[in-house]
Design a protein. Structure first.
Length: 256
């Protein structure tokens, strides 16, 4: 089994830096598109087959799934960003492995406070600047801050991806860790949860982890209220994300 790589940390952002980022990134955003694309393997989990601008999506139990969710928009030219308290909760190399373009993907660390440079302030500034913001909330996020961020995403036509951790989640290799619990209290439009996970590649006490088979459940409100499920390889053999072929019997079960 390979050892985990050290996380890459970044200094807390200065307000002027994020204001400058907003001016650079927003003109290249795909503002005319109501939906941002996702990878083909993820389309069946989302009610409209993509990320709807102005929406909030929660991802529980998988940093890799957070990265995969942004990869389609990133490949299409969108700017994406990730924000965490203390240090980014993922590795740049992991982002590349999942298809995220690092040249349009700032990893930002923030203070737990709410003032300039604090987590809520940083997330709000990035929602002004980029198309998709993945954010790991602090453990004690004021509900009013969460409500303001939901409104900011809706007003700016950005997508906020809230990274959560559920009690049954399985630690991931090399993708970084997420907080033990999320301080996010607001309702979300779609919630993606890894409900089962199994790595391949380990033999009888030897070998390397090479691919992971996960089952993802999607719930939400409105068009997303009907539960959807998909089995993915995340990462797949050789990297990236792939959907497991669906048998006719499995398709009938999901349709029922």
């Amino acid at each position: 089994m390979s050892s985990a790589r050290p996380a890459v940390s970044a200094p807390p952002p200065r307000p002027a830096d994020l204001v400058e980022a907003a001016g650079r990134a927003r003109p290249v955003a795909l503002a005319g598109e109501r939906l941002l694309p996702v990878l083909p393997a993820l389309r069946s989990l989302l009610p409209e087959g993509g990320l709807r601008r102005g929406s909030v999506v929660a991802v529980a139990g998988s940093t890799s799934l957070v990265l995969a969710l942004m990869a389609g928009a990133s490949a299409a030219g969108s700017w994406c960003a990730a924000v965490a308290v203390g240090r980014p909760s993922l590795h740049p190399e992991a982002a590349v492995e999942h298809g995220v373009a690092l040249g349009r993907f700032p990893l930002v660390s923030a203070y737990a406070g709410t003032g300039p440079g604090g987590w809520s302030w940083v997330v709000a500034a990035l929602l002004d600047a980029v198309d998709v913001v993945a954010a790991w909330p602090p453990g004690h996020l004021p509900p009013a801050d969460a409500r303001r961020l939901v409104a900011r995403a809706r007003d700016r036509g950005a997508v906020l991806v809230v990274a959560e951790r559920n009690a049954s989640s399985v630690p991931e290799r090399n993708a970084g860790s997420v907080p033990e619990r999320s301080g996010w209290t607001e309702a979300v439009d779609v919630r993606l949860t890894v409900v089962a996970s199994e790595w391949e590649g380990i033999g009888h006490g030897h070998g390397r982890l090479r691919a992971r088979r996960v089952e993802v459940a999607a719930t939400g409100r409105g068009a997303a209220s009907r539960e959807r499920r998909a089995v993915l390889w995340l990462p797949a053999h050789g990297g990236g994300v792939a959907a497991e072929p669906t048998t006719p019997a499995a398709a009938r079960r999901q349709a029922g």
